[in-house]
Design a protein around this ligand. Structure first.
Ligand SMILES: [Zn+2]
Length: 207
């Protein structure tokens, strides 16, 4: 797929030489060679993003200013709210789990805290996973994002499925373990995409 299939055939050599500079795709940011660019007025997109861009035009989202993206700091605040909410849930979980073990402590016998700690770790992970997938899959936002008026959508403004929410959860871990560079990318991207947004083709928009 290229511009060639819309045009009147292979461009003559002179024409190709005149347009030789490569461009950057408006949507994915990929550098594209001149002969593979698809032009819409001043906007250039790659062949892969062309269907999506056409869809965006239909929805009236073709101008950059029309979709407001959630920036780094507001998303940071939303994330802190989620961390606090999850911590509270984890403390409650810990207390619920610890109680039977504390009750079972007998004098002269070693307590079995190790297994309790492992169970808590597993349940805590499941809790975090459930929290993000349930809220993002069902409402398109975690409670933290809701509180900050943010919503996660797909690049074409669609709903985020549970599967995508699951993928995004793990992609967020990736963004975090590389010294949070995946998160810092939000501050430097025109569409405010973190690494996890790039991987999962999501955007965080302000409602
Ligand atoms: Zn593209």
């Amino acid at each position: 797929m290229s511009t060639m299939d819309q045009g009147s055939g292979f461009p003559p050599p002179a024409d190709r030489a005149g347009n030789a500079s490569s461009g950057q795709c408006y949507l994915c940011g990929q550098t594209i060679p001149a002969d593979l660019m698809v032009r819409f007025g001043d906007t250039v997109v790659c062949a892969g993003c062309k269907p999506r861009y056409l869809q965006m035009i239909q929805q009236g989202l073709n101008k950059p200013g029309e979709r407001r993206y959630g920036g780094f700091w507001i998303r940071f605040v939303a994330y802190l709210i989620d961390v606090v909410a999850l911590s509270v849930m984890n403390v409650i979980l810990g207390l619920l789990l610890a109680t039977p073990f504390i009750m079972s402590v007998r004098p002269g016998q070693p307590p079995v805290f190790t297994s309790a700690a492992i169970i808590k770790l597993i349940l805590g992970t499941v809790l975090g996973l459930t929290y993000f997938i349930f809220f993002v899959g069902k409402y398109g936002a975690t409670p933290g994002k809701m509180a900050c008026g943010l919503k996660i959508v797909t690049s074409d403004n669609g709903r985020v499925s549970y599967m995508r929410a699951l993928g995004r959860y793990f992609a967020q871990i990736l963004s975090a373990i590389i010294l949070c560079i995946g998160y810092l990318m939000i501050g430097f991207d025109r569409e405010k995409r973190g690494l996890h947004d790039r991987i999962c083709d999501t955007r965080v928009v302000a409602k």
